[in-house]
Design a protein around this ligand. Sequence first.
Ligand SMILES: [Zn+2]
Length: 247
Amino acid sequence: MMMTSKTIDLLRNELPVEQESLFLSGDVKTGLVLVDVVNGFCTVGSGNLAPSQPDGQISEMVDESVRLARVFCEKKWPVFAFLDTHYPDVPEPPYPPHCISGTDESNLVPELQWLENETNVTLRRKDCIDGFLGSVEKDGSNVFVNWVKSNQIKNVLVLGICTDACVLDFVCSTLSARNRGFLAPLEDVIVYSRGCATYDFPVHVAKNIKDALPHPQDLMHHIGLFIAKGRGAKVVSGVSFGALKEP
Ligand SMILES: [Zn+2]
């Protein structure tokens, strides 16, 4: 534990991620993107990539996803939710089988199930890490691009799991697409740090398993945010709303 806390301090000093707070007044059209807040990544014991015990970072991410989703739905602002979903006969190396279609692992966590009935919410099942790529249809159209354009979204606010995998890849691809002019009128991609989480696979566990790559949670979460920021995303540590009563 000592080692880990020293390392994270070192990392925060050497790779600082300055974060501001985001205030959403409704003046700038903002879309909420929830990445893979499904049982298979968030619910204890729900498959190979789910936490094996209660996890504070993941719980906070789910709580913040629910809080923001509630406000966005109350205001009828656009919400886009990715659900990692795989066919049983199509593996996704290097990951073990997870979020198989038709199982509860590929469904939204119980706290977010209600999103399925909201008219301002677009759900997208995807079978790859990068949700931008996973939004491409057989005819070449892109469900996410269409969502940005049809709602005339200027900012996307991104939450979900994993900070350094599905969230990061989606953010990087979206920034590239924006820079290439595919996403007008999109301006900013904003990552909410407390609304993101990643999994924990400590080095002392990984070193006893052949070919296993360690994945210390706090360090990888921080690195994910750092890389997202380096690619041009904004990172915020708080999100608040104008003239709204707390639920
Ligand atoms: Zn997957």
